[in-house]
Design a protein around this ligand. Structure first.
Ligand SMILES: [Zn+2]
Length: 368
């Protein structure tokens, strides 16, 4: 019997084109066009795969203003689509993941003091981390005022209104852990973001991220282009689609060394994402959803988040005085039994924990 996994990762087909903007990683001026997406009615972009560094990006890239507008429209669309019960469940789930992550650090004898989370969402991942390390100071960075207000009110986290691409010198050497869960696929300039993260970290500081396996994440858009020859709809601004090998190399170049780096969750691969040419796996064809209309029409429908943190965390297993119960329960739900190398480009999501290589920082300043 033929083994379908022999075909993974798939070799993408497409014409070589001159890019509107050079590759954000290696500055290459040409690339292979593997699709076209429409970001709401805001912008039409080609999806271009760099033939030098294998990174897949939008070309041209969305600018700050376009991203902010689309993100806000998506934030409203998602809030309306997600029931209150689901939102509460998501908070609880993220809290449990934060607890698991906290105990992983503890088992490595690491106790963070000052943490920055980029794009914190509900803030419950960091709240879980804080459950394990009650003394840790959490700061969150986002561009969405609602997100920052919620994190400040709900968790009393410090807030910074900024995008990770812009450097803020006042945060240089301030944090011993920076978290970016499902963020790096959204940023305009990944090279700048990694440079900034490195600068914000103290010597030997840690960088933790999760991000989709780019080969699988792009598959649905690639299929729409290949099978329908038409633009697909991009509602959430995934603008980077990472290659497991290229991402690791980029982290090395920016002064990070891997502590843990693996891909997990193979269910989507088994269903065909990333290798199977099936119409059912295509992304919907673009309808050019109107971002302005969506924001203005639906803004009033956004309900208030009524439950307090105490209500959300009022669960039998969350026991500040018997934390081993919490730890066991969270591990039971979220422990990854096995991970595979992201360099194979198989699986749903990439998990990274990297350490700032202080010797690399010294080398960089010496040779500038
Ligand atoms: Zn490149």
């Amino acid at each position: 019997m033929k083994n379908p996994f022999n075909n993974i990762p798939v070799h993408f087909t497409g014409a070589t084109v001159t890019r509107a903007e050079p590759c954000r990683i290696c500055r290459e001026k040409t690339g292979k066009q593997i699709g076209i997406v429409e970001y709401w009615d805001i912008k039409t972009c080609r999806i271009v795969m760099c033939e030098t560094c294998s990174h897949i990006q939008l070309d041209p890239m969305l600018n700050e203003e376009e991203t902010a507008k689309g993100c806000y429209a998506y934030y409203i669309e998602e809030s309306l689509r997600t029931t209150k019960e689901e939102q509460f469940k998501n908070c609880e789930r993220n809290f449990r993941r934060g607890v698991v992550f906290g105990y992983q650090l503890k088992s490595m004898k690491i106790s963070p003091q000052s943490v920055l989370e980029l794009g914190p969402g509900s803030g419950y991942f960091s709240a879980g981390l804080q459950f394990v390390f009650p003394g840790v100071k959490i700061t969150v960075m986002d561009i969405n005022r609602d997100v920052l207000y919620f994190n400040q009110q709900h968790h009393q986290f410090e807030t910074i209104r900024e995008i990770p691409d812009n450097f803020r010198s006042s945060y240089q050497d301030k944090f011993d852990l920076i978290i970016a869960r499902d963020i790096i696929e959204h940023v305009t300039d990944i090279s700048k973001v990694l440079t900034n993260v490195n600068e914000y970290l103290l010597p030997n500081g840690l960088f933790h991220f999760i991000t989709p396996n780019g080969r699988e994440d792009i598959w649905k858009h690639y299929l729409t282009s290949k099978l329908e020859n038409t633009p697909s709809e991009l509602l959430i601004n995934h603008v980077n689609y990472f290659d497991g090998k290229g991402l690791k190399k980029l982290l090395y170049q920016n002064g990070f060394l891997p502590v843990k780096y693996f891909t997990y969750n193979l269910k989507t691969t088994i269903r065909g994402q990333g290798w199977k040419e099936n119409r059912k796996l295509m992304n919907p064809v673009s309808k050019k959803m109107k971002a302005d209309f969506f924001i203005n029409e639906n803004l009033g429908d956004l309900g208030k988040f009524e439950l307090s943190k105490e209500d959300i965390l009022h669960k039998w297993y969350i026991q500040p005085k018997s934390k081993w119960i919490t730890r066991l329960y969270c591990l039971f739900h979220h422990f990854t039994i096995f991970g595979i190398s992201p360099e194979l480009n198989i699986g749903h999501e990439i998990y990274g924990l990297f350490i700032k290589d202080s010797s690399a920082a010294i080398k960089r300043t010496t040779f500038v």
